[in-house]
Ligand binder design. Structure first.
Ligand SMILES: C[S@@+](CC[C@H](N)C(=O)[O-])C[C@H]1O[C@@H](n2cnc3c(N)ncnc32)[C@H](O)[C@@H]1O
Length: 382
């Protein structure tokens, strides 16, 4: 297997956010930044890797690239994985898990290929030490990732551990919460400035509000969690301390944040999460129907993800809802830039406002659009 002498990494992200992830990583010192579908490749020192884990609001994981290999069969993959000196990368007492993703791979069973990588890692350890690491699928110490393209594979070690969108503040769950990194990316896409009011009128568990508060205050998203790199042999405590201790002071701004939801349970969940994140005092929360709620300021940024209406009955309900939403925005939100993330592409027509932007984004595997409607008093009707 060929491997690169300088450290190279791949930061994965929700699809559609690659360009803003690339900007974010550049600002953290990443070099040779190139975007791909679903992430960004970059080079950098271990310190850059730690900074990316600690500060990136957009990345899902930062993977350390070990090397690439050609393959045609599972046994080629076994041989490539067996050629890595795993014992130099982490101790045999660490539990492992192997993840495999593939695009256009000719292999019949990706599960079998995953098993062969696990076998190769364990065999290599046993050859060298007489013992093999345990496998732990739920909470492994070390995650090994393999990406298979048509005839080339790449092996990575995960430096993040739990995915980076797990910030540590989500204590109350709601139905269909947005991932934190997707919410943060959407807020960046809206162009929100910290001195503008921001309102999520369908706030669910409060993801947009918490990400907005963290951004405005310059609170690192990784401040409340640990990382996979701490378990690797290459872990450099001094470099990690430099990253953690070098965090910038909190911004002095006090953003004007507003949230509401029609469900009392969602408002309670948002409150719990905001308290866990330490931002409850920054947000005015209330129970309200978006069709009736008053604008909390004369202008600002609205951002929300309505229910998607995936079931047929919901789809009918949403079809009736969109024109009413359009009317409510025209009546009460003139002066606001309103953003909605949805996989229901009918929204743009049925709301009877002309979108000024439509940004393709993926919420997991679900293709979505972020629609922006700039609401102007009494106008904008199609
Ligand atoms: C997809 S969820 C939003 C999830 C949220 N972004 C999060 O990350 O937790 C949609 C939310 O819209 C709320 N909702 C549905 N109809 C509403 C209405 N007419 N007014 C206000 N909220 C509504 C639901 O209660 C639900 O919490």
């Amino acid at each position: 297997m060929s491997s690169n002498p300088s450290e190279s990494f791949f930061a994965s992200s929700p699809r559609g956010l690659e360009a803003i992830l690339a900007d974010e990583l550049r600002s953290l010192g990443a070099q040779a930044v190139t975007t791909a579908a679903g992430g960004v490749a970059f080079n950098g020192s271990w310190e850059t890797c730690y900074a990316a884990n600690f500060h990136s609001r957009i990345a899902s994981r930062i993977l350390w690239r070990l090397g690439s290999f050609d393959y045609a069969t599972e046994e080629d993959i076994y041989a490539a994985a067996h050629s890595v000196s795993w014992g130099q990368l982490f101790g045999v007492e660490k539990s492992i898990r192997v993840n495999l993703t593939a695009i256009k791979s000719p292999l019949k069973s990706l599960d079998f290929a995953t098993l062969r990588i696990k076998d190769a890692v364990c065999d290599r350890f046993r050859d060298e030490t007489g013992i093999r690491p345990d496998v732990d699928r739920l909470a492994p110490d070390v995650r090994i990732h393999c990406f298979l393209a048509h005839a080339e594979g790449t092996l990575y070690l995960d430096t993040s551990g739990e995915p980076l969108f797990k910030r540590g503040w989500r204590h109350a769950s709601v139905e269909a919460p947005l991932r934190e990194n997707l919410a943060a990316g959407i807020i960046k896409l809206t162009g929100w400035k910290f001195d503008e009011p921001l309102f999520d009128p369908m706030c669910g568990g409060g993801t947009f509000l918490i990400e907005a508060a963290a951004m405005a205050l310059n609170e690192p998203p990784g401040a409340g969690r640990s990382f996979g790199f701490e378990k690797l042999a290459a872990f450099d405590l001094k470099a990690w301390n430099r990253v953690r201790d070098g965090r910038p002071p909190r911004n002095k701004v006090r953003p004007a944040l507003f949230g509401s939801d029609i469900e009392q349970g969602a408002v309670a969940s948002a409150k719990k999460n905001l308290m866990a994140a330490g931002f409850f005092d920054l947000v005015k929360l209330q129970r309200a129907d978006i069709l009736k709620v008053e604008a909390p300021a004369s202008a600002g940024v609205m951002v929300a993800n309505p229910p998607y209406g995936e079931r047929l009955s919901d789809a009918d309900e949403m079809a009736a809802f969109y024109p009413q939403l359009g009317n409510a925005l025209k009546q009460r939100f003139a002066g606001w830039r309103c953003h909605f993330l949805t996989s229901d592409f009918r929204m743009a027509k049925m709301i009877r406002l002309s979108p000024s932007r439509r940004v393709p984004l993926f919420n997991g595997a679900l293709e979505c659009r972020l629609f922006e409607f700039v609401v102007v008093a009494g106008s904008n009707r199609k």
